[in-house]
Design a protein around this ligand. Structure first.
Ligand SMILES: [Ca+2]
Ligand SMILES: [Ca+2]
Length: 300
């Protein structure tokens, strides 16, 4: 009996060490609570006032078409203590106000009638390496929307077999898609590195279900990042951790984005079999991504 048990344990150990990370989703112990006492607040935006603080963020305007819609700064507002990114359909193309100041010309695609939403980033303004990063927000709830709080740097595209140069870290992604395995009332957290082509690698902690209604109630989504691992949190409680490919050892900037399912500015009902976009009175348009704050802490 003892020998059989011993053999069984060895087999279990062999299986568990042979399992690729992608299959070990959800196996990580859960429940650690973030201890903010071991951190100090080093950067934040509480979204007070009535305009976006350009000393902290920039609108993402260099990419007009984004999947099934357009990113436009008109869709980004600060009001009632929140950043509000709206998503809606417009019969008339919105005006293109941006030009490339280095080339002195508008050098990107024109806007067209279609689905519009927005995105902001701290790129070229604020980057941080390691610490704890938290957003408090209500998620947009209309079919076809994909909202996210994530981090990047310019090395994410570099292929070196590692994520240590730079990794896209998706603190949360909310896919409000019809008939998709991700489903609603949950978020997904994960990482991507070595670009987005054939060498792309990534990993995910999988789905995290949210107990309250994340579309009408605030929740916090957090990331603790140290030299060894990424630890993801929902309302301050750990949901999973990743270190696949090696953790990024370089500073990264922040992004808050909303996208539509689809490609090349054309909304699609079938991206990954999900996200049919139709503007009917019962489908919550216009939808809003409401962000109370973003706070970045560093280890003391
Ligand atoms: Ca790399
Ligand atoms: Ca606020």
């Amino acid at each position: 009996m003892k020998t059989i048990l011993k053999g069984f344990i060895v087999v279990l150990m062999l299986i568990s060490t042979a399992l690729p990370d992608a299959l070990s989703l959800g196996k990580v112990p859960k429940g650690k609570t973030i201890d903010l006492e071991s951190f100090e607040l080093v950067w934040s935006d509480e979204f007070e006032g009535d305009t976006l603080d350009k000393s902290k963020w920039t609108y993402i305007w260099w990419e007009t078409e984004r999947k099934g819609g357009y990113w436009h700064e008109d869709m980004v507002e600060v009001r009632d203590g929140n950043l509000v990114i709206t998503a809606d359909y417009f019969d008339q193309a919105k005006e293109n106000y941006h030009y490339d100041k280095w080339k002195d010309q508008i050098n990107f695609k024109e806007y067209k009638p279609g689905w519009y939403t927005g995105a902001i980033s701290s790129v070229n303004i604020y980057e941080q390496k390691y610490g704890y990063f938290e957003v408090r927000c209500k998620l947009p709830a209309a079919y076809g929307l994909w909202s996210a709080f994530w981090m990047m740097n310019d090395k994410v595209e570099d292929v070196d077999g590692s994520g240590q140069d730079g990794t896209e870290v998706d603190i949360f992604e909310s896919f409000y898609y019809k008939d998709h395995w991700w489903g609603n009332d949950c978020v997904v957290s994960g990482i991507h590195y070595d670009g987005y082509g054939k060498d792309h690698k990534g990993d995910s902690i999988g789905k995290t279900f949210i107990e309250n209604d994340p579309y009408t109630e605030y929740n916090t989504y957090g990331l603790e990042w140290n030299e060894n691992e990424y630890i993801f949190y929902l309302n301050g409680v750990e949901t999973g951790r990743l270190s696949t490919g090696g953790v990024s050892q370089n500073p990264e900037y922040l992004l808050l984005t909303v996208e539509f399912s689809g490609e090349n500015g054309v909304a699609s009902g079938d991206r990954a079999g999900a996200g049919k976009i139709s503007k009917t009175p019962d489908e919550n348009w216009p939808a809003e991504f409401v962000v109370d704050y973003v706070r970045c802490y560093q280890y003391k």
